[in-house]
Design a protein. Structure first.
Length: 165
């Protein structure tokens, strides 16, 4: 093959890569807005994540806004059938080796089943200064080492949720 042929091949490959990169749509956040009653609106981010034992969890961060003021900012964790979360036990939130916060368990204020956790995240989410992954140490009966890793893309979405009104 001639030197000229290699240049053509490299040029074509580069052109194809540029087309592929520029034609991919940007990733869209899965933050949804739900009108509730009158002047009250809910914004929520929903993720399906797995714990360190490979069990699926639905992770829902939501806030309720009334007349432009945030009423609540909660994290709901929905475990697989047969999972029993301990209540009332705070949810430990960590970033690397550092404990960020203990989110208050507010499950008793609802009529949710035992495989669901509901935690007050209003003060916690305001502490998120970067998109660094988080660990949620789950208070599951009989499992002391259960953790969900919240990846960068989800933390970024949570921070965006903080700014929505």
């Amino acid at each position: 093959m001639k030197k000229h042929d290699w240049r053509k091949i490299v040029t074509i490959i580069t052109f194809c890569l540029c087309l592929t990169i520029t034609n991919n749509p940007p990733a869209l956040a899965s933050i949804h807005k739900y009108p509730e009653t009158g002047d009250r609106v809910m914004f929520r981010s929903v993720q399906s994540l797995r714990d360190n034992h490979d069990k699926a969890w639905q992770v829902v961060l939501y806030k309720r806004v009334r007349s432009g003021i945030v009423d609540s900012f909660n994290l709901r964790l929905v475990g697989f059938p047969g999972t029993q979360l301990e209540h009332p036990v705070a949810l430990k939130v960590v970033a690397g080796n550092r404990e960020l916060a203990l989110a208050k368990d507010i499950w008793s204020e609802s009529d949710l089943p035992v495989n669901v956790g509901e935690y007050d995240f209003k003060s916690m989410v305001a502490q998120l200064e970067s998109d660094r992954p988080l660990g949620l140490n789950l208070p599951v009966q009989g499992k002391k080492d259960l953790q969900i890793l919240v990846p960068t893309f989800a933390v970024r979405e949570w921070r965006q949720l903080l700014d929505r009104s």
